[in-house]
Design a protein around this ligand. Sequence first.
Ligand code: NAD
Length: 440
Amino acid sequence: MSRICMIGTGYVGLVSGACLADFGHEVWCVDINEQRIADLHAGKMPIYEPGLDRLVAKGVDNDRLFFTTSLAEAMERTDTIFIAVQTPMSDSGEADLTYVVKVAEEIGRLMKKPYVIVTKSTVPVGTSRKVKQAVSAAQPKPIPFDMASNPEFLREGSSIEDFMRPDRVVIGTESENAEKVMREIYRPLYLLETPIVHGSIESAELIKYASNAFLAVKISYINEISQLADRVGADVSLVARAMGLDKRIGPKFLHAGLGFGGSCLPKDTNAIVHIAGEAGGDMSIVRAAIAVNAALPDVAMDKAREMLPDLKGRTVALLGLSFKPNTDDIRDAPARPLVRLLQEAGAELRVHDPVAMDNFRGIHPELMYCDGPYHAIEGTDLTMLLTEWNEYRQLDLPRIAGLMAGRRFLDCRNVYNGEMMAEHDIDYRSFGRPGGGSST
Ligand code: NAD
């Protein structure tokens, strides 16, 4: 059993902490957000993640998972420290390391024995060295410690399964001790024959950005193909399906629509462009992917105007506010620029999301928040599906046709098809499917 201090109880820290406790380790989760820790003590989850409440309760009941606001207490009881705090995008596009460096200084200040310090946050190449320097500089007296990098690849919405059954675990170390400690922590995954990719700290740090940037490029690629399909009269769903059947390409991340959002791909693509620039290189492919993605809300607005040329005073329903289904995360969600553009065009908005409305209300209190998709659609001139929640995949079409003031449905995630909508006299548009796609 390892004794682990997990700093940060957000999407990554809390899920990683709960999963590591389930592996049999003793985990102390620390957060400066007192409300978060109080909620966790009360069994209330600070984020929406399917299955997380049960896993946390199990760890707590088994005396393996603990929560505290005191880093000193957590460090006293553990010997490996994971840093899982946020690394948001700064105004210039690079990763903001303020939170990571602050944690490093605190660790140094409180250090009374050796530790392995692991960066789990997504951090630019070279950050672990910066963390090392910050820890050393803050130590009241020199105590040796080891650094490791262990980037996280979990996806919000399926993060427990992703952590428990990862495609691979990436570990970067600079000492035998750190490697031994990290391999021991992930030993439960050996039974599943999970590949452990071990290398230098720099390689581990770059693997995370290289992977996320590649996924972003794949998404932007299919979105550019989607726009071409719209122009030449092809069906992007069919194109993507046939492309994905080619084993060299694979079917994942080939869904045309509103593009990527959330707390990772937008900031990580910008960060790798910066990392390359600082190293005297360029990531022109990633820059192009960012530009394609940034233009997608305008593409959606063009489609909305094709259906309803003047949006002023018209009522528009938005279904889905989170950046993808099964999460309440609205960071860099496409709904945000779309709300702004629709408001600028003078539209009145009625919105719904199964779990993200509270978060969205924090930035847009003025919107009409509805009890469900049917309530949102009631009396609207245009309905836009922004997030492909299961709840929106099987809408009762005769019912929505009856509720709409104007029978217009802009499907920004290609969930439905023109044939089904035509049966109910609904004007239907989607992305990259000029004919509206078919049911086959
Ligand atoms: P988050 O914002 O959800 O959580 C960060 C937490 O750290 C917050 O609760 C905050 O209060 C806490 N924190 C900040 N400073 C602290 C301090 N000094 N002491 C203790 N706690 C502190 O962030 P997240 O989404 O979990 O992301 C964390 C990191 O993991 C980021 O680098 C991100 O890029 C990376 N990552 C995120 C995901 C994802 O899907 N969210 C996936 C893989 C990697």
